[in-house]
Design a protein around this ligand. Sequence first.
Ligand code: ZN
Length: 190
Amino acid sequence: MIYGKYKNARNATWQCLIDYKVDTLPVSVLNIANSAGIKVIKNSDVRCLLPKESGISVINENQWYIIYNDSCTHQRCRFTIAHELGHIFLGHELKKKGHHTQTFKSTETFAEQEANIFASRLLAPACVIWALNLQTPSQIAAICDISFTAAKYRSERMGILYSRNRFLSNPLEREVYNNFKKFIQEHSST
Ligand SMILES: [Zn+2]
């Protein structure tokens, strides 16, 4: 049962990167979903998203589905899937609807923020960006395969983390870093 897999939101993305043996960028959200037994479906195949929705997660008889708006850019789609993985892994509150089919309460802003933070950290892990000394949104966008907008948020956050300079102080982050070591060596500029 993957729903609510990670109790600790702060450590969730590190645990996810470790559990799914992620060791390169860009992070494959589809590989993570596959390994977790979550089915990822294009909205163009099922047409069940509302016009404003970029993605939803649905559980039906213990099977999770992520439906994403595939008319968005490739990078937006990646972020949407990562965001939905966040809702599922973090065990966000489900809407009371029917006996079997359930989805998340989209009005819950805290959960939305938390899922966005999860997605951002999953697709652009701070310790890897730091190790590669990436500074600009363009650099981050290119290597993480995320939108410029998402990369801009991440680079602002990285600015704070760079000034704090406490990378690798958490054992989980050290484990992520060790898994990425080969990738970091191969992608470090001189
Ligand atoms: Zn959401």
